[in-house]
Every structure is written in C-alpha cells, then in structure tokens.
Ligand binder design. Structure first.
Ligand code: SF4
Ligand code: FES
Length: 393
C-alpha cells in the first residue's frame, strides 16, 4: 500500500542552501489538519493560540490537490486530524482520494460527533485505522479534562470502530491531573479493543505551553507513572502495543524532535500553510509558504522554512561541536524558540545549553509546588482554570 520507495526520487536532490552534503529524502508522512474547530477544550492542546476560523479553511478541491501532490512527492502515510476532523463533511471524500493514491490513512478523532453510520461511511471510503483520544480512565475526570461530557461518547465510538473492523488506536496525553491513572487508562484501552496506545507525556507547545504551570507533574508523579507503565507492559505483553513518549522537561538531553527538521514528515494547517512540524507556526521569525501558492514539492525542497534547519551547518555552539548532534539534531526548534526567542539555539532541555536554567528554574518551582500540594492534600486548581482555551466550535 505504500508508494514511498517508488516515488522517493521525486525529491532526491541536494539541499545546497542548508548543507551541501545533506541528501534530501522524500517525506514519509503528511499530517493534514483539516480544521481547528473542536468540541473539546483540553488545556494541553498543541494547536496554536490563534486558531483558524472555519471561513479560512482550505476547501475540498485544495485538499484533494494537496493529497495528489503529497503522493507524487513520495508520502506514504496521511493522518487526518484537527481540531476534530469529523466536523468536515468532505472527510469521506478526502479519505477515498488518499486511498486511491495508495496512501495509508489514519484518522485522529475525539470520537465526539461520530455516529454508527459515519463509521460505516468512513470504512467504505477506506480508512485504515482510527486513533481515539483518551483523557482519563473514568468519566468524571475525563469529562473535566475535556471540558465537556464526552467519555461515554468515546466508549461508544470505540465500540462502533471495532464493530466495523477498523483497527483502533488510542492516545492519552499525560499530565499532572491524570498521571496517577496510567494503569487504569491502559486497562480501559484494552477493554475497548485498542491495538496500540500512545502514552504521551504532554509536550509544551501551543495551549500546553500557555497552561504549563497547571500541567507539569512532579518528578515523583512521573516516576510512579513510568513504573506503572512498565508493570503493565510486562503484564500485557502482546495484548496491546504501548508507546511511552518521554517527558522532556525532566530529561538531561533533548529528544531528536521530528527525527530532524523537515526530514521525515510535514503538516498542512487548516488555512493551507505547510509546516515542518505541527508546532512550527509559533516560530514567528520564519515564513511558512501556503499550498495555495506553492506546490508541496517546492515547499519541501526549496522553501525558506523547510531548509532553515536541515543538516548541521546552521547549528551554533554548543551543538556545532557536540558529538550528540547526529543523534538529537540539537533537539527541538520550536522549544528553542519558545524558551529563548531564537530557533537556532540548542533546545534548553539540554543540560549543556546556556539557556538550560530557563527550563530548570521553571521545573524546580512548579515540580516542587506539585509535590507540596500533593503532600498537603490540597486541591489542584481547576484543570482548565486561567489558561482555559475557547476554540471556535
Ligand atoms: Fe544535543 Fe546540542 Fe545538547 Fe549536544 S549540545 S546534546 S547536540 S542539544
Ligand atoms: Fe517543532 Fe520540535 S515541535 S521542531
């Protein structure tokens, strides 16, 4: 079902503007953000603070062209996401075109708004897998985190997806308010029939960055949760694939974000901007070209934003002379920008970064306050208080 290797040559060329020795490969995956509209109000949403309104969304014809160009470029895997992609009435049409092009089609949904009939139509259109978001293991906490009553709707959505024979995946974003439920969340997803579960410790971009004071767990919470994950993995080996996404605020070295800038995948936003990663729109010093004006091939190969941090020539110290640069690519550009104001800097997660104190001070103060609240039995502030988000629904 993949045409990745077949079409890979379309984009094989030297990227002279960034690093002459760097050979450009075809992108593997496209994240198609069909809309920012969403019925949920999760405080950790990675969408940008400025959400695109419905009238700015790409139309059906534009999305069909984007899919054609993606396949031509060598993309093998498309994730239809949002916001909530179910809010797009042309979703089935887009799924069908992607499958006709030989792409593997995954759909990421909250499950809210799904009906038995819609699942049937999506299956007919050829969706290959559906990924359901899970907020907590019980309805009360789950609905509080989502900001609306949705847990029961998710349970029914899982039932219909399974009944239609579509492989079910789940994703749970983990933070201070649900980390104590890791084992129960895993068991819940097993009972719903999920084949794979991403336990994604929250990454602080977009709304999650704005709300990070409310979301950051203590180190003790994280260690207990990781032990619970390890126990479940040993207990459930083979029943469900469990993925633990590391909480980088507590790490010594940064994650190899996106497998390197504009190296494996890219995102198209609801209004048509192509980004090297979902959070990149936050980097205000870069210009992101639109699929309305440029072809995906040109954007991938030539555009300023995509070539800005490819290879290693752009790296300042300490990354430039660090042996780990081939492993982690200097960490995350979006995090470097958010925390230092310059996307070229080493990711401040890195203990070798001169800006590491910016993150370490925050973690020390917030981690300690999470501990003292837990010890004193004091209630946490409401999950969506102060930093509440109010996307256009
Ligand atoms: Fe990675 Fe740069 Fe830190 Fe080295 S100095 S570990 S390359 S972020
Ligand atoms: Fe954008 Fe890491 S999230 S480079």
């Amino acid at each position: 079902k993949t045409n990745h290797s077949v079409n890979a040559d379309h984009s094989s060329k030297s990227n002279s503007s960034s690093n002459a020795a760097h050979t450009l490969k075809a992108p593997y995956a496209l994240t198609a953000e069909l809309t920012h509209r969403c019925p949920l109000h999760c405080a950790y949403c990675s969408n940008p603070l400025e959400l695109q309104k419905r009238e700015n969304e790409l139309g059906t014809a534009d999305w069909l062209r984007v899919l054609d160009e993606a396949a031509e470029l060598g993309v093998a895997h498309v994730h239809f996401t949002g916001g909530e992609p179910l809010l797009r009435q042309d979703l089935e049409q887009l799924v069908r075109r992607a499958r006709e092009l030989g792409l593997f089609v995954n759909m990421i949904t909250s499950g809210v708004g799904l009906t038995r009939e819609r699942v049937r139509r999506l299956a007919e259109a050829g969706v290959d897998s559906m990924q359901l978001s899970v907020q907590a293991s019980d309805g009360e906490l789950s609905d509080r985190i989502a900001g609306i009553k949705s847990h029961e709707l998710k349970r029914r959505a899982a039932e219909w997806i399974k009944a239609e024979g579509i492989p079910l995946q789940a994703n749970a974003v983990l933070h201070r308010h649900n980390l104590h439920q890791v084992e129960e969340i895993i068991d819940l997803c097993v009972s719903w029939g999920a084949e794979r579960l991403e336990l994604a410790n929250v990454q602080y971009y977009g709304w999650a960055f704005a709300n990070r004071e409310y979301l950051l767990p203590s180190l003790e919470q994280l260690q207990a949760a990781e032990a619970a994950y390890m126990r479940s993995k040993a207990r459930l080996g083979g029943v469900i694939e469990l993925i633990w996404i590391v909480p980088d605020y507590y790490a010594e070295y940064p994650k190899p974000c996106m497998g390197g800038w504009a190296s494996i995948s890219f995102t198209v936003t609801p209004d048509g901007r192509a980004l090297p990663c979902t959070a990149a729109a936050g980097i205000e010093t870069l210009r992101f070209d639109s699929v309305k004006e440029r072809s995906l091939g040109w954007i991938w190969q030539e555009s300023e934003a995509f070539t800005a941090f490819r290879g290693e020539d752009w790296m300042p110290e300490p990354c430039r002379s660090c042996d780990r640069r081939h492993q982690d690519f200097g960490g995350c550009r979006c995090q470097a920008y958010l925390l230092t104001g310059d996307a070229r800097n080493a990711d401040p997660v890195c203990a070798l970064s001169p800006d590491h104190w910016r993150l370490a001070d925050f973690v020390a103060s917030r981690g300690a306050s999470a501990r003292s609240r837990a010890a004193g039995g004091e209630n946490d502030p409401a999950i969506t208080a102060e930093g509440d988000r109010d996307p256009p629904v």
